[in-house]
Design a protein around this ligand. Structure first.
Ligand code: PGA
Length: 251
């Protein structure tokens, strides 16, 4: 796979929405460019039953536990029951509104790899951190405290999403150069921590990606796709972004 084009629906959608959304998506199977949809958990069954199998299924969160008295939680095993292949961990909204720390994200990351679901680890700095020149330190810390040495080389089993917090849902995107600079840094951090040369990792960008800015982002050396919130709620727009990745892949 060269590009992963992932929809993070967040807390949006309905049965009716899913029906019309899926009928508007028309893509061919392409092993180089993967489409992924992460709906709210309660719609995983609707996606799993109705989406073509060339679209990967994803979740937005998972429990740190496997079963038991954990009201409101959903385990990795339950996600597997819905053919979930990817799960978002450490999204800034969960870090901010649900107090998820790096330590907690690390448990989710590990549990997901063990369950054979690929975690998409979100990392990214706030505007204040960027202005204070702390972007790289912050991102290194987020990576090193979550991806432990014994997991670093399982890089075909995880994805990293660089999502600058100031660009999420704001209409403000990092410039392609700005984003790529951080992607290169993430790559280097993984190598510094023991990733071997033959283990490439997929690093996607998130933060107000749409069909107008996707092309310039996807052309960058270390940007392997996108995690898309707002623009992924429109099936035509989301497909357009997917098509942009296919075009660049074919160049
Ligand atoms: P956005 O969200 O595309 O609406 O900025 C991205 C995300 O939060 O994953």
């Amino acid at each position: 796979m060269n590009y992963l084009i992932a929809a993070n629906w967040k807390m949006n959608g309905s049965k009716e929405f899913i029906e019309s959304y899926l009928s508007a998506i028309n893509i061919e199977d392409n092993p180089d460019v993967k489409m992924l949809i992460c709906p709210p958990d309660c719609y995983l069954n609707d996606i799993n039953s109705n989406a073509p199998t060339i679209i990967s299924r994803g979740a937005q969160n998972l429990s740190t536990s496997s079963e038991g008295a954990y009201t409101g939680e959903v385990s990795s095993e339950m996600l597997i029951d819905h053919s979930v292949e990817y799960v978002i961990v450490g999204h800034s909204e969960r870090r901010e509104y649900h107090n998820e720390t790096n330590d907690l994200v690390a448990i989710k990351f590990k549990r997901s790899i063990e369950a054979n679901i690929k975690p998409i680890l979100c990392v990214g700095e706030s505007l204040e951190q960027r202005q204070r020149g702390e972007t790289f330190d912050h991102i290194r810390d987020q990576i090193e405290s979550v991806i432990k040495k014994d997991m670093i080389n399982k890089s075909d089993r995880y994805v990293i999403a660089y999502e600058p917090i100031w660009a999420i849902g704001t209409g403000e995107t990092a410039t392609p150069d700005m984003a790529n600079e951080v992607h290169v840094f993430i790559n280097q951090t993984l190598y510094d921590n023991g990733l071997t040369q033959d283990n490439n990792v997929i690093i996607i960008y998130g933060g107000s990606v749409n069909s107008n800015n996707a092309s310039d982002l996807f052309k960058m050396s270390h940007i392997n796709g996108a995690l898309i919130g707002g623009a992924s709620l429109d099936a035509y727009e989301f497909t357009k972004i997917y098509n942009v990745a296919e075009e660049i892949n074919n160049e």
